[in-house]
Design a protein around this ligand. Sequence first.
Ligand SMILES: Nc1nc2c(c(=O)[nH]1)N[C@H]1C(S)=C(S)[C@@H](COP(=O)(O)O)O[C@H]1N2
Ligand SMILES: [Mo]
Length: 322
Amino acid sequence: MNIIKRKSWALSENEATPEDVFLNRRQFMGGVAGGAVALSGGLGFAGHALAEGDPSAGLYPVERNTAFTLDRDVTAEKVSSQYNNFYEFGFHKNIASAAQALPIRPWSIVVDGLVAKPQTIDIDALLKEMPLEERLYRHRCVEGWSMAVPWSGFQLSELLKKVEPTADAKYVRFETFNNPEVAVGQESQPFYPWPYIEGMTVEEAMNELSFMVTGVYGKPLAKQFGAPLRLALPWKYGFKSIKSIVRISLVDERPVGLWEQLQPSEYGFWANVNPGVPHPRWSQANELLIGTRERRATLMFNGYGEQVADLYKNLGDEKLFM
Ligand SMILES: Nc1nc2c(c(=O)[nH]1)N[C@H]1C(S)=C(S)[C@@H](COP(=O)(O)O)O[C@H]1N2
Ligand SMILES: [Mo]
């Protein structure tokens, strides 16, 4: 089907390479010319500049939790903030400029479903209440590229404790905004099953790695990263880390994510990183570190097996790795 073919993460590794080369070339040229702005697709550092006007700017930087370490350099901000998947704003990587159209204040998050204390929480009230910290996390996209970023935010478990899930709650369902008036991707692809949905088990959500992101690089989250609130699940493929969340619901039925709805044979519920299980159309054995020419062997659970492998011990023939 055409819809699927046009999706950029459906590109094979070979097709993806010219874009990566372009990215490197852009950086190189920027360095030589001393003016990256002119060569960075028109946006320059607008994402950064706008973050400075964010009402939460005074909260950052927050203290780093040194328990989370990397085996590679942090990806340069000018690389990770110009190479994004955010299909609401276009079906390619260069969406940073379009994403600036998203209004992120006022912003509230509905937390509802199977909880004792359902509530609608204003983002700034939430930011004041939650214990913010910085974590260095790896991020592995199902397309075969990766980055390493200093996210700021709080553990998802802290938010869930606040609403008190009932004993019937088995899954957490996350929902992104739906606003085709500002999101060009939603407007131009009305036949996609918007809004973007993702989900996980309550047990996964309570794991210490499950992190709600509110900032990055010591500043409020730039819009292209999914401001004002996104998820980071570093042991799962990147599509599970849903952006610009407006609703979090505790439910007893397994949520079906947007990509699973579109292509269930390729994108599943669990989506744990495993270099030994290829995507139906390409290998997952290694990854390109964006902003570099380096390819590395992908790690089981993206290197986070110690924290999460136990979650999957008794799941029989569930498709854990797609
Ligand atoms: N709402 C929403 N969330 C999303 C996506 C999206 O298109 N829409 N893309 C996902 C994918 S495929 C990846 S790899 C990451 C990309 O995050 P980044 O742009 O901060 O690198 O966001 C994920 N979250
Ligand atoms: Mo991704």
